[in-house]
Design a protein around this ligand. Sequence first.
Ligand SMILES: *Cc1c(COP(=O)(O)O)cnc(C)c1O
Length: 278
Amino acid sequence: MTFLIRRCCQDECSTARDQEVDVMLGVKNVLTQIEAAVARRSKTLPQVTPRLVAVSKIKPAPLIVEAYEAGIRDFGENYVNELVEKANDPLILEKCKDIKWHFIGHLQTNKINKLLGAPKLHMIQTVHSEKLADNLNKQWPKYRTSDEKLPVMVQINTSAEEAKNGIEPSEATKVVEHVLKKCPNLDFKGLMTIGIYDYDTSKGPNPDFMTLARCRQEVCDNLTLDINNVELSMGMSTDYEHAIELGATTVRVGSVIFGRSEKIFFSLRAKIFKGKLL
Ligand SMILES: *Cc1c(COP(=O)(O)O)cnc(C)c1O
């Protein structure tokens, strides 16, 4: 009996230790790669140090704490319920005082209030319509703890896939102008895209990233905005370095930090979410 208990303990401890090492190493490797990619980036692009958002979907609170202790402050979630649950997790509230939550999924109107009430909500990267911007603008004053505006990005559907959310590239100026002029409680931070998965970069620069960069140029020209102040959120585990070379100022990286063990489950859930398996 004693033996059994000790075995259990040891197993648990060694699992925890393995994960700790993995997350620490993962963060360290990604930060090193980001630095190298910044050095390769064209000097004509804004020289902004990219922000690493660790995408923690499906990962439990202790792993988030590990990443936080490795220096990460920005975390991304793509389901409202999951973000709210983690943002209220006692362990995270206790150990991650300066955590910044980014919402990076599809935001439905009926979930807005739930999301805006999350502690340490930092940014909504996926504003996909003027109507959603209006709703966020209207609700935010009920939730903010100071007179801070809510940072938002406008999501662009750069790959023209029906299943993807986001506005058409041609609408970018119109929607950004709406946020700037009609939504005084929102702080426009930049443009975001998901793009096609696993693009083969041997074929040249990822067209989604090129499209997002072009959108930013157009928006800045049309609305006379300083390009250094308009972010590009693009790039994930397989292509964040490539994205940085093409101007990403925010990369959203999950599996190379937290491990790939649930990758099949991820893609299955993504398919179910998009209605492909239902
Ligand atoms: C899951 C997810 C990511 C991170 O993907 P990885 O391949 O695990 O790095 C980035 N952005 C969005 C919107 C996601 O849903």
